[in-house]
Design a protein around this ligand. Structure first.
Ligand SMILES: [Zn+2]
Length: 88
């Protein structure tokens, strides 16, 4: 089955969307927020907005700098398909 795209890092890591799955690539917990709700604070991501999470992923390689130690290695990351989406 094709995996679903993580709203934060744009890798295809999730089995289902909006199922509180934690993305192995960026550690974002998927509460269903997507690019159309980038500025809504996500309580399960410690109040982070998706916009901040995406920016953090670009800078640190995780949705939050403290989560860098929990994300998978660059090696593993390459096993996931990636399709970057344009910024809004
Ligand atoms: Zn992700």
């Amino acid at each position: 089955m094709e995996r679903q795209q993580c709203p934060c890092c744009d890798y295809f890591t999730l089995e289902e969307r909006a199922d509180w799955e934690i993305c192995p690539v960026c550690s974002w917990e998927d509460d269903g927020h997507d690019l159309n709700r980038q500025d809504a604070p996500s309580s399960c991501n410690r109040g982070l907005t998706l916009r901040q999470g995406r920016e953090n992923f670009r800078q640190f390689g995780a949705c939050e700098s403290e989560m860098v130690q929990h994300v998978c290695s660059m090696d593993k990351r390459q096993h996931y398909r990636h399709a970057s989406r344009t910024r809004e």
